[in-house]
Design a protein around this ligand. Structure first.
Ligand code: ARG
Length: 590
């Protein structure tokens, strides 16, 4: 068990003796500013607050029952009732030694696994994946990797947009203006052309729109020809998606597209009507406000001219077709029945926040029992912007295709790698460039707080200095080169030896290594991969401080040398696993 967990258990036991009725599950310790110690707990203040106790007195009473002398050199009550803990250097060293023996890597698999359905990426059929898709795909993949590493069962599900009114137009275009040659060479571009051409015609001519609708109705009624064409469009899109996912090294357990839920939609609406949750309005069916929330927070109301008017969640259109909402409700139902998850997480951009608010609210009213055990979470994110602060576009103003963007990333990284390491054979430089280029794009996307918009900048993301993937990859490769330079690797493996933390830079590095697991837990708890980015950046910085101050291969005595080599090795292992958890590969040489 890691030291912070041992402290936590002892602290919980102490709290239990002082406050026998307290729920100690929330009594946790977290890393804190090194000024105060290694870990801090703020739990006593909230326990005191609800009981109207003096928090500093409660802290003192708890401290009197707390014996952590085996782990900590000091425990202090600070401020309004914080407890600050400082680990003994010997405990730090023992923890590192256990890690060096391969017993752990500063994290533990969770004692409370939760089954999580992760809905992410979810592109639409017959359209090219564009730069924006990197967001849901990258954040979702980092979350699935983090949750899995910590031992939570995850079902990742790509909720592909493979159904909807656009297929009427696509079918009409396919039947009337398809260019077979173009379809063969670039199917997605051709399908996009079909859609855009027919869409423009429909805007101009109501008769044309009727024709498109007729194709859609035929498809919905199961017309064999239209079904076959629709399936062909899905197949061609899937080829494109698979190419991108394999480049990005992203895998899904399921790819149940929207169409999968078609057979359930009518029953969902019938059930909502029967339970009195939905009602008809102007020929359509929708779920309306139940009046339990103040208007400002009510997702089923909008303000127009100073008045609150209904903004229902529509589940059936006046023409009998179903809505995005209906599919999402059927999807929740299916996921509950199939996986009984504790959480369903939607990694979808913030423009859909209103949709998810409505969905979650309808779910709670529709399935009140399930809502007690299953939490629905919208993990939203902002936009990618160009230099001008407007949504990122190509020079000519078009959308940036994801495949083109990844090519450019690899090409630019190849220039950088060739400038720096021109002596490496070209094939190796290409492979390094692939890892660095893709890593740079992914990392730049994961680093900002996900809800903020960020400006896409090749120069910034590919820089070897600063909080970037190339910097971290380089830090990793540099450590690995220490092991290449000598027989250090085998020396270390044969004689793991004691770890001695004498220099302040060694202690600082060791302390930071110990926080890896708590960082992973924070990522999994708040769905924020940026915590891990910042942790790794700081780790690389701590390592530099250590490496500049503490000779490793040139250390005077062999024991110091092995101890410092072990620190190098542990840092490299955490860097590698951390990057891998962000979906970023590493290279041994750069
Ligand atoms: N296909 C949708 C879009 O591109 C995203 C789907 C997100 N997932 C969901 N269950 N609604 O906007």
């Amino acid at each position: 068990m890691l030291p912070h967990q041992q402290i936590e258990l002892k602290l919980q036991a102490a709290v239990r003796t002082v406050l026998p009725d307290a729920d100690v599950a929330a009594v946790l310790v977290r890393p804190c500013d090194a000024k105060f110690g290694d870990y801090q707990s703020n739990a006593l203040m909230s326990l005191a607050k609800v009981r109207r106790l003096n928090p500093r007195q409660l802290a003192a009473d708890t401290l009197a029952r707390l014996d952590v002398a085996d782990l900590c050199s000091a425990v202090e009550i600070a401020g309004a009732g914080f407890l600050n803990f400082r680990l003994k250097p010997a405990v730090l060293a023992q923890t590192l030694e256990a890690a060096a023996r391969g017993e752990h890597l500063f994290f533990d698999r969770t004692a409370a696994p939760r089954t999580v359905v992760l809905d992410f990426s979810s592109p639409n059929v017959a359209k090219p994946m564009h730069v924006g898709h990197i967001r849901s795909t990258g954040i979702g993949d980092a979350l699935q990797r983090t949750l899995r590493l910590l031992g939570h069962p995850v079902i990742s599900d790509n909720h592909i947009g493979d159904w909807g009114t656009q297929f009427g137009k696509l079918l009409l275009g396919w039947k009337q203006i398809l260019n077979r040659e173009a379809l063969r060479s670039d199917p997605i571009a051709e399908m996009e052309r079909l859609y855009q051409a027919i869409n423009a015609e429909c805007d101009a001519s109501p008769a044309r729109l009727e024709e498109a609708k007729a194709e859609l109705v035929k498809l919905q009624a199961g017309d064999p020809e239209n079904i076959a064409l629709w399936q062909e469009m899905i197949r061609l899109s899937q080829v494109q998606f698979d190419t991108i996912y394999s480049r990005l090294n992203v895998k899904f357990d399921q790819a149940l597209g929207e169409s999968f839920y078609n057979p359930q939609l009518a029953a969902v609406v019938a059930d909502l009507l029967a339970r009195g949750l939905a009602r008809e309005s102007e020929g359509a069916v929708g779920v309306f406000s139940d009046g339990t929330l103040p208007p400002r927070e009510d997702p089923f109301l909008v303000s127009r001219d100073g008045e609150w008017i209904p903004d229902p969640a529509l589940v059936r259109k006046s023409d009998g077709g179903f809505n995005y909402m209906t599919t999402d409700l059927a999807t929740v139902d299916y996921r509950l029945k199939t996986w009984a998850p504790q959480e369903i997480v939607y990694v979808v951009d913030d423009r859909q926040a209103g949709h998810f608010k409505k969905l979650f609210d309808v779910f709670a009213r529709w399935k009140p029992e399930a809502a007690k055990t299953t939490k629905l979470v919208h993990v939203g994110f902002g936009k990618i912007l160009g230099d001008d602060g407007k949504p990122f576009k190509t020079r000519s103003g078009g959308t940036v295709k994801l495949g083109d963007l990844l090519n450019e990333a690899e090409e630019r990284a190849f220039q950088t790698v060739s400038e720096k390491s021109g002596d490496l054979p070209e094939a190796q430089r290409r492979e390094i460039a692939r890892v660095v280029g893709l890593g740079a794009v992914k990392y730049a996307d994961l680093l900002p707080n996900r809800q903020s918009d960020y400006i896409f900048s090749w120069d910034k993301m590919l820089a070897l200095q600063g909080n970037t993937a190339p910097y971290l990859l380089y830090a990793y490769a540099r450590i690995r080169s220490i092991f290449r330079k000598s027989e250090a690797e085998s020396a270390l493996r044969q004689a793991p030896g004691a770890i001695v933390l004498a220099h302040p830079a060694e202690l600082a590095l060791a302390r930071h290594l110990l926080n890896f697991g708590l960082t992973l837990e924070a990522v999994a708890g708040e769905y924020r991969p940026n915590f891990l980015c910042n942790y790794l950046f700081e780790l690389a910085g701590q390592f530099t401080g250590f490496y500049e101050n503490c000779p490793v291969l040139k250390a005077e005595d062999p024991a110091t040398r092995t101890s410092r080599l072990a620190l190098c090795d542990l840092t490299a292992r955490v860097l590698k696993l951390g990057l891998e958890t962000l979906g970023i590969e590493t290279v041994e040489q750069m």
